[in-house]
Design a protein around this ligand. Structure first.
Ligand SMILES: *Cc1c(COP(=O)(O)O)cnc(C)c1O
Length: 428
């Protein structure tokens, strides 16, 4: 694989950008190599500056459910841009997207657009704190909710329920207000609520965990969270930044039959442009300024280009056949991959739902964050590097999810299976 140009650019980038990147995972540290500079994306494929071509399973880490550069989305962005890129005033596309999302996700009665998932979750907990008059939040180990201070918290030592900072620059004071429970472990949540229930404003959870690799919720886990929060007067926040419009048209909540109080969205609803949103029950959302007393604002929020890309994307996805197709094609891929891994004698687990999947190098099932930590990340790194040589672009970390898009064809699946087989041959 040629990579002179990427290497050259990365060397310069490191001089003027921390780690040479705008977001840490892009530096490829977890897979022990330097990143490739991408020149363009088309459908299911991306092309780097050295002319290498890859079948892409990253999809910009979630937004690109239609694949790269979908003609309808590009057309919508182009048309919007011709009328100006930002007004700092309401526009019709914004209303159109709001209505589409509110009717697709019934628990969202009112919605506020922001510019990233991080802003959405950060604003949602501010709102939850205002609404309940309580200070603490509960999050789960291994779930990611963006990089606001309140979420960069990991579990403290055994006896403490409150967390400790996961990043320099996050204050201990902040960590005291974030309690960390274990995903798929209701008992860990009950314990926290027994001790601190009256101070808990909200529980925030990824209804399907997609930031520790793919970990599916046990059937009773989300139901249990709904019950505990309702009983205790805390709000339940579903962080559907990844799962929104990924598994079905709407939220995973509709698929699971659970109604959260607030939902955060991002990724797919922006069609590849920077967007986030939070929404939920009317009485809660009415507390957001200017209707209410919870301040939250944004110069570029509801941006016409981003709204146009979101509307164009959701319009296509309204044809639910796409979800059936994604299900079938990803099921085929996962099934074929299982055979290949078995033929090569590797211990592995593949978790999958809809068009999301993760390949874990481990002997056991992966149902908790503890299971995730047992995976052989060195082996994943080795697998990753060989697979890249074979023309398949997986996420550069064991803990990120692979995404299949509507642009992936059966030929791509077949080519991917062959590439994985060759990568495993080299590892044997
Ligand atoms: C990506 C992600 C975020 C953060 O979104 P950004 O747009 O990167 O700020 C929040 N929550 C979840 C579940 C995510 O996957």
């Amino acid at each position: 694989m040629q990579r002179e140009k990427s290497d050259q650019l990365f060397k310069i980038a490191k001089e003027c950008m921390p780690g040479g990147v705008s977001s840490p995972v892009r530096a490829f540290k977890a897979v022990g190599m330097d990143p490739l500079f991408i020149q363009r994306g088309q459908g299911a494929r991306i092309y780097d500056v050295d002319g290498n071509e890859f079948i892409d399973y990253v999809g910009s880490f979630g937004p690109l459910i239609l694949g790269h550069s979908h003609p309808e989305v590009v057309k919508a962005i182009r048309e919007a841009a011709q009328n100006g890129t930002s007004y700092g005033a309401p526009c019709e596309k914004e209303l159109e997207l709001a209505q589409m999302i509110c009717s697709a996700i019934p628990s969202i009665e009112k919605i506020r657009f922001v510019n990233s998932g991080t802003e959405a979750t950060m604003s949602a907990i501010r709102l939850a704190r205002a609404y309940t008059g309580r200070s603490k939040i509960v999050k789960f180990e291994g779930c990611y909710h963006g990089h606001a201070d309140s979420f960069l918290i990991k579990a403290g030592s055994g006896l403490l329920t409150s967390g400790v900072p996961n990043s320099a620059g996050v204050l201990e004071e902040q960590a005291r207000n974030t309690l960390v429970a274990r995903y798929n472990d209701l008992e860990s949540v009950e314990k926290i609520f027994r001790e601190e229930g009256r101070d808990i404003a909200a529980v925030i959870v990824e209804p399907v965990a997609g930031n520790m690799g793919l970990v599916l919720p046990d059937p009773d886990f989300l139901k249990g969270l709904r019950k505990i929060t309702s009983y205790s007067g805390s709000l339940l926040i579903f962080d559907e930044v990844i799962t929104g419009f990924r598994i079905c048209y709407g939220g995973f909540q509709d698929f699971a039959g659970i109604t959260p109080d607030l939902t955060t969205l991002g990724k797919i609803i922006g069609g590849g442009l920077p967007v986030g949103a939070y929404g939920g029950r009317k009485d809660i959302m009415s507390r957001v300024a200017p209707e209410g007393d919870v301040y939250q604002a944004g110069t570029l929020s509801g941006n016409p280009l981003a709204m146009a890309a979101g509307v164009a994307t959701l319009k296509i996805l309204q044809d639910r056949d796409w979800y059936d197709r994604l299900e079938v094609i990803t099921y085929m891929l996962a099934t074929r991959l299982k055979t290949v891994f078995e033929e090569h004698g590797f211990f592995y687990t593949i978790n999958r739902i809809g068009s999301m999947f993760s390949v874990f190098f481990t002997e056991s099932e992966v149902k908790t964050y503890e299971d995730v930590l047992k995976c052989d990340t060195a082996k994943y790194a080795q697998f990753y590097r060989h697979l890249l040589e074979e023309g398949v672009y997986f996420p550069p970390s064991q803990f990120e999810v692979c995404f299949v898009s509507c642009a992936h064809e059966m030929e791509d699946i077949e080519a991917t299976v062959q590439a994985v087989a060759r990568a495993l041959d080299k590892m044997a």
